[in-house]
Design a protein around this ligand. Structure first.
Ligand SMILES: Cc1cc2nc3c(=O)[nH]c(=O)nc-3n(C[C@H](O)[C@H](O)[C@H](O)COP(=O)(O)OP(=O)(O)OC[C@H]3O[C@@H](n4cnc5c(N)ncnc54)[C@H](O)[C@@H]3O)c2cc1C
Ligand SMILES: NC(=O)c1ccc[n+]([C@@H]2O[C@H](COP(=O)([O-])OP(=O)(O)OC[C@H]3O[C@@H](n4cnc5c(N)ncnc54)[C@H](OP(=O)(O)O)[C@@H]3O)[C@@H](O)[C@H]2O)c1
Length: 657
């Protein structure tokens, strides 16, 4: 057995003997026998499953999820059959970084759980799945910060600390991670969850294989939704596409169609629309393959995002930029509604609640903004001027790293890439792009970065449930609308009262998606269910951040504790706290997508502090106070939190006489 698995496995037998029947760490496995029996009566559950359960209980073998290799052959035929029924204790939706973190943590703490993952794609990794890894895709992060605590990349993947991780390497790493932690065999690929129905106890999920050849109905006790914020692209919506007679792609088609265009010798000119991080990647992909690029940045859109080198100078030393965003000293300059969880509330008070403090805060952010502008040369070179973001760095969570092998700006300097700051009016054939001012250009292909759908692709039953869960919804009930209006107003008053600096924001970017925002307690739990003690569903990674793995692992532990009734929630506070988190994102980072989900850049560590505080774990995780203040946090500072929490639970459990 590898060293990664030894610690949890060592702890568990002892824990089971100590806490059986009292502590819920493993009791989801034990209590579910009655559930299984009930389902057998309802013919949802096969006798094999009960037998396998009994075998586990008798210590014979581990509970196995459904063995796909013994699926009857008629299920794979193209004829649509009656739905098959299956059950599990826990279902995780999505096998991206969030789903994998959720599954690993759950199984570490309750190894006997019958847990499965449903994934609509054919391969693991979500954003980092094989079919999504387009040419040149790499992490913004440098080696050592985009990996899980208990599974360091180390030598095996050849990624050094000063290198970005190529998408294909990350994909292999996530595959290996899933195999190592016994997750891989539990993933049902090509399985899309269509709808979820809340039952008296538990949930029923209707799923369909992606080729629509079969449907399976799953029932389960608990669900963890990790379906991602970047799963479903918006369609390209420009008038005249049908007459264009040239390829029109969105950003989800880069791996195959994008590569085909990049390598087609007959394609000379490509038009790229959008200057978000994916927009930069497409421009680089085309230009590095010798295409001329007309880079259209819509005048009515959000403009360019803040791009920077992965390295920065801090106190005279070269440091990873991402470590500044997770350095406590740095985070203090961000007025944050949950900032006090970091234990330095007096510093935050001085900085944000006094005039002098706010003066320093202003100077601090303006200094960084001007350094970034200087470093990129936006105001020195005319060809780069349109890349300067419209809003100050302080207000924006739209940030990215210049993670290209050469300076992408050189393509603009040489004239191979030209920026056009106009709105497209319509397309016509063959290959004509006409702008709002009447000018036009000819192109061989158009690639538009259209952003991601904010609404969940899953439908909820019974009718009206979606509106009350706190997830994006297009038909929020009048009752929920007025409830949230009142709560949002109260939250805004509190946030702006505490942080006067946030009272004069720049104009928000006019993105339109006709859905309500995510409103989840701690960014995870539906408040309507949490407030009444129904802990059967949680959502992970529905916040946007640059510290994704820290958030994934801390959320995974919080989620486990929440789903197993191990968190003491102040139910009266749940709605208020939910509104505070949701409105905080909107007030603090008004220039991105925070009208729909909380965005954090400099607030990921206080967010982790808040989750660890709820879990009763220590938040200051550095060895000295100096490091605590001036050394950026990485995921490795959180190593062992699951076992720390488990040990604390054992200690707190009442002794059996
Ligand atoms: C191109 C790109 C590059 C990025 N690079 C970085 C980076 O360098 N660093 C960083 O910190 N962050 C980066 N991000 C942000 C990134 O989204 C997160 O880091 C992280 O990978 C997201 O993980 P996730 O599990 O939340 O979502 P995803 O990776 O999107 O996984 C969600 C999974 O759920 C599945 N799913 C969705 N709906 C259903 C359904 N109904 N039924 C079944 N399955 C479903 C999807 O197929 C997908 O596999 C990047 C994002 C994008 C789009
Ligand atoms: N590791 C990497 O190298 C890498 C690569 C790609 C992405 N990422 C990350 O992935 C995340 C998503 O980035 P992204 O570039 O794919 O998308 P994004 O930041 O969500 O930006 C999408 C763009 O879509 C356009 N858009 C047009 N209409 C829209 C609408 N109605 N709603 C929303 N957007 C609309 C906007 O452009 P206009 O403002 O011009 O209209 C917007 O800038 C970010 O966190 C990013 O850092 C990382």
């Amino acid at each position: 057995m590898s060293r990664y698995m030894k610690a949890p496995m060592r702890a568990l037998p002892e824990l089971r003997t100590k806490c059986m029947g009292r502590l819920n760490v493993t009791d989801s496995t034990y209590t579910s026998l009655s559930t299984i029996r009930r389902r057998r009566n309802q013919s949802f559950c096969s006798s094999t499953e009960v037998d396998s359960f009994l075998a586990v209980k008798n210590g014979v073998k581990r509970c196995t999820p459904f063995d796909l290799s013994i699926r009857p052959s008629f299920l794979t035929s193209s004829i649509k059959m009656q739905p098959e029924h299956r059950s599990a204790e826990v279902i995780v939706i999505g096998a991206g970084v969030g789903g994998l973190a959720a599954a690993k943590t759950y199984l570490e703490l309750s190894p006997l759980t019958n847990l499965i993952l449903l994934e609509k794609r054919p391969t693991i990794g979500g954003v980092w799945s094989e079919e999504n890894c387009y040419e040149g895709l790499k992490t913004n992060n440098l080696g050592g910060t985009y990996e899980f605590t208990d599974f360091p990349m180390g030598e095996k993947y050849g990624i050094k600390e000063d290198r970005h991780i190529p998408g294909s390497v990350l994909h292999s790493y996530l595959n290996d991670f899933a195999a190592h932690f016994d997750i891989l065999r539990r993933i049902h690929f090509n399985t899309q969850v269509l709808d979820m129905e809340k039952l008296g106890q538990g949930w029923r999920l209707n799923t369909e294989t992606t080729d629509s050849s079969s449907t399976v109905v799953y029932t389960c006790d608990k669900i963890i939704v990790c379906s991602g914020l970047a799963s479903t692209p918006n369609p390209v919506n420009i008038r005249g596409i049908d007459e264009f007679e040239r390829p029109v792609l969105n950003h989800s088609q880069l791996r195959e169609e994008g590569a085909r265009i990049a390598h087609d010798p007959n394609v000379e000119t490509v038009t790229v629309v959008g200057a978000s991080k994916t927009g930069y990647d497409v421009v680089h992909m085309m230009a590095s393959n010798h295409k001329k690029v007309d880079w259209v940045i819509r005048e009515s859109g959000g403009g360019g995002v803040w791009m920077s080198s992965p390295w920065a100078k801090f106190a005279g030393a070269k440091t990873k930029l991402e470590l500044l965003a997770t350095m406590r000293f740095f985070t203090w300059f961000s007025p944050c509604i949950f900032g006090d969880f970091d234990g330095f509330s007096w510093i935050r008070k001085m900085l944000h609640q006094t005039r002098l403090g706010r003066y320093f805060v202003h100077k601090f952010w303006e200094g960084i903004r001007m350094d970034t502008i200087d470093m990129n040369g936006y105001r020195k070179e005319e060809c780069l001027q349109h890349l300067e973001p419209l809003e100050s760095l302080f207000w924006s969570a739209r940030v990215g790293i210049l993670n290209y092998p050469t300076d992408i700006h050189d393509y603009l300097r040489s004239g191979q890439v030209k920026i056009i700051r106009k709105d497209i009016e319509h397309l016509s054939g063959p290959g004509v792009v006409t702008f709002a001012d009447g000018t036009s250009l000819h192109t061989d292909a158009l690639i538009a970065i259209t952003g991601w759908k904010l609404a969940q692709s899953i439908k909820y039953k019974p009718e009206g449930l979606e509106s009350s869960l706190g997830i994006p919804c297009s038909n929020t009930s009048a009752e929920d609308r007025s409830l949230w209006q009142r709560l949002d107003d109260e939250a805004d008053k509190e946030i702006l009262g505490r942080f006067p600096y946030l009272r004069n924001p720049p104009p928000a970017i006019p993105y339109k998606q006709d859905v309500s925002p995510y409103r989840l307690y701690r960014g995870i739990a539906p408040p309507s269910l949490a407030a009444k003690g129904d802990n059967s569903i949680a959502y992970m990674k529905m916040v946007h951040s640059t510290s994704n793995i820290i958030i994934a692992e801390c959320q995974a532990l919080w989620t486990y504790a929440y789903l197993n009734g191990k968190l003491s929630l102040d139910e009266a506070e749940v709605y208020h706290q939910t509104a505070l988190l949701s409105r905080y994102g909107k007030q603090r980072y008004p220039c991105g997508f925070s009208a729909w989900y909380p965005e954090f850049v400099y607030d990921a560590i206080p967010y982790a502090d808040m989750l660890l505080h709820d879990l009763g774990l220590k938040r200051w995780r550095k060895p000295t106070l100096k490091k605590e203040m001036f050394e950026g946090y990485t995921i490795h500072d959180y190593r062992g939190i699951n076992q720390e929490w488990l040990a604390a639970q054992v200690k707190a459990a009442p002794k059996r006489s």
